[in-house]
Design a protein around this ligand. Structure first.
Ligand code: TEU
Ligand code: CA
Length: 601
């Protein structure tokens, strides 16, 4: 075994035992705290397995900074989104998730909020926001916004007050501790490098920050914090937003007394952070106080939550959240910033696991990328010129036919690819810069090894600007873009795809339309019919007498595929480009490279 593999193996084991420990911790927590203390929401009991608009929705994630710049400052803006609503309407999506649009000093591109009731000045004004929402309404689209309330910006007025003195009324809005023997209060690492504690000279105490030091963690054990967060939620719901994507929401309840992490958990603290004792209590309170009074869609970013635990957040009987983003799939071949390998049977097993964990009355999300992950086609497909389009369509087929609400990340509908990063200076992301210090500057790994990995794993891969056309900067801006546009915009852009019937964009359109019209593809039971096959992903979606088969060739070879006993084709529902789709009665399929087909059985 070479040293890299050995190292990865140990890291993985560390992660597993941390996950195990966290699972145990959380079981205890759920039994001891939540069930006993929390009154049930009796107002709006929902029936298991019910049909819901948010299950039938197709969501499109907009990362505003990189979407469309209308005033030439190199930063996307809300007017830029409004301008592209017809593009999104034509695509067929009906919910937009907007990454944070609030006033922010942008230490983490808006995930550090200074004023929750103001629009980030780079993105525009509240009038722009209202106009954007009105234009969405006209097109029967809904908007969900990003609720970032595990932490704020250090420039948020709450923190400005909090750090002033130990007896400031806002002191307990954050988590302040004395040092331990002249060092940090405990060994928590920050996701963005270094310790999760920062000494504040004004009072001589440390504050906790799971992310950048400009992102202090709120103290959710303080009821005033919770009440203020609920007010912010009502403010936006009353404006007409239809719900929230909730940033690292499982992290809001901290471990009592904040003990050191055991060494095995240090590489993956998320499994401990996500298992504080009161997380379910707080979410049930949030539901009772706010969400149950509106018709909302809620999706929690569940970094550190295992599929088995997901149900404790999303069980309709528990009145917490509708759905979670589970990271087992997008992090299948990841260990922190390191890229590892994946196999098709592993990918399939992940889908089955997540689906089983949801059970009949639970509900999942389906996504292959977002603003924190590499591009879908570069990650799970083949982004070389030969197979980029075919593999992007194959992945789209997989993503859109799960028993889950699909979330398309901006640009994936064009098959946009990872950026050809070379040097550390090419990156803008606070995460990359922090890790560079921790791993490379410290001498733990070579610059080459780090750069080789983040080239495939960095969040900036997904954050390069949208590629609208083949003009300068891909038509994203007339100025200098805040992050370089991928040079492949000349070939890959919206303008060249909108009117090409064979484009990735138009294939997405057909897929979205098919899913929207086909209850079995939304609600139907999922069954992997050939889990060990390492070349073809074949599964059925069944609702009553409606039965569909999805077959995806994950290789760049032509393949013959024999359907398992008892399954035969009735008719083709959608195909990504086979010269000879299978006919009625067929039990043998001839698959083109990366071909994806949906058949009615
Ligand atoms: O991300 C949460 C998170 O923990 C990871 O997905 C994160 O991106 C990182 O890769 C962990 O190593 C959310 C947001 O989506 C992300 O953009 C923010 O930076 C982060 O929270 C802090 O708000
Ligand atoms: Ca702008």
């Amino acid at each position: 075994m070479n040293t890299l593999i050995k190292k990865t193996a140990t890291l993985r084991m560390g992660w597993l035992s941390a996950a195990l420990m966290a699972a145990l911790l959380s079981q205890q927590a759920i039994a001891s705290e939540t069930e006993k203390t929390m009154p049930k929401n009796t107002a709006a009991q929902s029936v298991p397995g019910e049909n819901k608009w948010w299950k039938e929705a197709v969501v499109y994630q907009v990362y505003p900074r990189s979407f469309n710049d209308t005033n030439g400052d190199g930063i996307g803006d809300l007017n830029g989104i409004t301008e592209k609503l017809d593009y999104l309407k034509t695509l067929g999506v009906n919910v937009i998730w907007l990454s944070p649009h609030f006033d922010s000093p942008n230490a983490d591109n808006g995930y550090d909020i200074r004023d929750y009731r103001k629009v980030m000045k780079e993105f525009g004004t509240m009038a722009d926001f209202d106009r954007m929402m009105a234009e969405m309404k006209k097109r029967h689209m809904r908007l969900i916004i990003d609720l970032v309330v595990n932490h704020t910006s250090d420039e948020n007025q709450w923190f400005v007050e909090s750090r002033k003195s130990k007896d400031n009324p806002y002191r307990d809005f954050y988590i302040w501790r004395d040092g331990h023997n002249g060092k940090e209060p405990n060994n928590y690492p920050s996701f963005f490098g270094g310790s999760a504690w920062k000494l504040d000279p004004q009072t001589g105490q440390y504050y906790l920050h799971y992310f950048a030091s400009k992102q202090p963690d709120l103290n959710w054990d303080n009821p005033k914090v919770r009440a203020d967060v609920y007010d912010i939620m009502r403010f936006w719901l009353d404006k007409g937003v239809s719900g929230f994507r909730m940033d690292v929401i499982p992290f809001i309840s901290k471990q009592p007394k904040l003990p050191d992490l055991p060494p095995a958990a240090l590489a993956h603290p998320e499994f401990v952070f996500a298992n504080g004792p009161y997380v379910h209590q707080y979410l049930q309170e949030m539901n009772r106080e706010v969400l149950s009074h509106y018709d909302t869609m809620t999706v929690g970013e569940a970094f550190g939550v295992t599929p088995e635990q997901a149900k404790t957040f999303t069980d309709p009987q528990r009145h917490e959240l509708n759905m979670l983003f589970n990271f087992d799939l997008v992090r299948l071949d990841r260990d922190g910033w390191r890229k590892t390998d994946w196999t098709l049977p592993q990918l399939k097993a992940t889908y089955t696991k997540i689906d089983n964990a949801a059970g009949d009355d639970g509900w999942n999300t389906s996504f292959l990328s977002n603003h924190d992950n590499p591009r879908a086609v570069s990650h799970f497909g083949d982004d070389g010129p030969l197979w980029r389009e075919a593999s992007a369509k194959a992945l789209a087929t997989m993503m859109m036919t799960q028993r889950a609400t699909p979330f398309i990340y901006q640009g994936d509908e064009l098959g946009m690819t990872n950026y050809p990063f070379r040097r550390i200076e090419d990156y803008e992301d606070v995460e990359v810069r922090g890790q560079w210090k921790d791993f490379v500057v410290s001498g733990k790994v070579s610059a080459q090894e780090y750069l080789q990995n983040v080239r495939q794993t960095s969040r900036d891969n997904a954050r390069t600007p949208m590629q609208w056309n083949s003009q300068a900067n891909g038509g994203f801006t007339t100025g200098k873009p805040w992050l370089a546009v991928n040079p492949d915009y000349v070939q890959i852009n919206a303008a060249s795809q909108e009117h090409n019937p064979d484009s990735v964009y138009n294939y997405y359109r057909h897929l979205i339309a098919l899913r929207s019209q086909t209850p079995a593809l939304i609600y139907g039971k999922f069954k992997d019919i050939d889990p060990a096959n390492d070349k073809v992903f074949a599964y059925t979606r069944t609702q009553d007498d409606q039965r569909y088969l999805v077959v995806i060739n994950f290789t760049k070879q032509q393949l013959k595929y024999s359907l398992p006993e008892g399954i035969k084709i009735n008719r083709l529902a959608l195909d990504s480009g086979s010269a000879h789709p299978a006919k009625e009665g067929a039990t043998q399929l001839a698959l083109q490279p990366w071909q994806a087909s949906i058949y009615r059985l």
